[in-house]
Write a protein that binds this ligand. Structure first.
Ligand code: ZN
Length: 245
C-alpha cells in the first residue's frame, strides 16, 4: 500500500480531524518565502518586537519592508491545498485549521475556523489602543510618503497585526489550539518545518495525547518519528488527493 493510500484510509477512518499548517501550504500561492535562501529574511532582517518599539530606525526599516512586500501578499490566491481544507470543513470532516501563516489564504478559500497563531498581515493595529485598520489603508499612507504610520486615535505606534520575534502569542488563542490538539484523534500537519515554538508544540501535544499524525512536508521535521504517515509530495497535489472522498 502506498503512503498516500494509507493516509487516505486514515482520513476516512477519522472524520473529525484538525489541520496544522505552515508556510509550505502557501508556497504554491506565491506568498513571499521568508526563510529560504533569497527569501525575504535574506534581504530584510526581521525586526524583534523590542527594537520595533524602542528604535525609530528599526521601525522605519520595518515599514520599508512592509511597503515592498505588500503587493506580493495582495496578489497571492488560495491554491488547491487551501481549497481542500475548506472543503473538508464544509463536509464536517475538519474541526479547525491551526496556522502559522499570516497570509489569510485559508479564509479566502472558505475555511471558517482558523486559528492564526502568528496573527495576520491583513490588518494593522495600534500597539497602544489596539485600534485596527485594513493593511490596504496603511499601505496607501506608505505609498503617499508616510514613513512611520501612527494611530489616528491616540498617536500610538502602528504595527502589522502579526506576532513578531520577541512578542508573545495571545495566551487564549494558544490555549484553544492546545485544547483542540489534546482532543483530536487525527492531525494533518502540512507544510511546516515544525521548528518555531511554541507553535510546533501543538502537533507534539496532539501526538502525546494519542492522535495520529499525517505529516506532509518536503523536508524532514523533528516530529517525523511520531508520524503515522509522511508524504513528501508537493502539498498542492498531495492534500487534494488525500482528502478526496
Ligand atoms: Zn491608538
Amino acid at each position: 500500500m502506498t503512503a498516500l493510500q494509507t493516509a487516505r484510509d486514515l482520513v476516512a477512518a477519522h472524520p473529525c480531524a484538525v489541520a496544522f499548517t505552515g508556510a509550505g501550504v502557501s508556497t504554491a500561492s506565491g506568498v513571499p518565502d521568508f526563510r529560504s535562501p533569497g527569501g525575504i529574511w535574506s534581504r530584510y532582517k526581521p525586526v524583534p518586537f523590542q527594537d520595533f518599539v524602542l528604535d525609530p530606525e528599526a521601525r522605519r526599516q520595518y515599514w520599508v519592508y512592509k511597503k515592498e512586500t505588500y503587493q506580493d501578499f495582495a496578489n497571492a490566491r488560495p491554491n488547491p491545498a487551501h481549497h481542500a481544507l475548506a472543503r473538508m470543513e464544509t463536509e464536517g470532516r475538519l474541526r479547525a485549521v491551526i496556522t502559522q501563516n499570516i497570509d489569510g489564504l485559508h479564509q479566502d478559500a472558505g475555511s471558517e475556523t482558523v486559528l492564526e497563531l502568528h496573527g495576520t498581515n491583513r490588518r494593522v493595529t495600534c500597539i497602544r489602543c489596539a485600534a485596527t485598520w485594513p493593511a490596504a489603508v496603511i499601505q496607501a499612507r506608505l505609498l503617499a510618503g508616510c514613513e512611520m504610520p501612527e494611530c489616528d486615535h491616540c498617536g500610538g505606534i502602528l504595527k502589522a497585526a502579526t506576532i513578531s520575534f520577541g512578542q508573545a502569542m495571545p495566551a487564549d488563542l494558544l490555549a484553544v489550539a492546545f485544547q483542540l490538539a489534546s482532543a483530536v484523534d487525527l492531525m494533518l500537519v502540512i507544510g511546516s518545518s515544525l521548528v518555531v515554538h511554541p507553535a510546533a508544540g501543538i502537533p507534539l501535544a496532539a501526538a502525546r495525547a494519542g492522535a495520529r499524525l499525517i505529516i506532509i512536508n518536503r523536508e524532514p521535521t523533528p516530529l517525523d518519528g511520531l508520524a503515522t504517515v509522511i508524504l513528501r509530495e508537493p502539498i498542492e497535489e498531495a492534500l487534494p488527493a488525500l482528502v478526496a472522498s
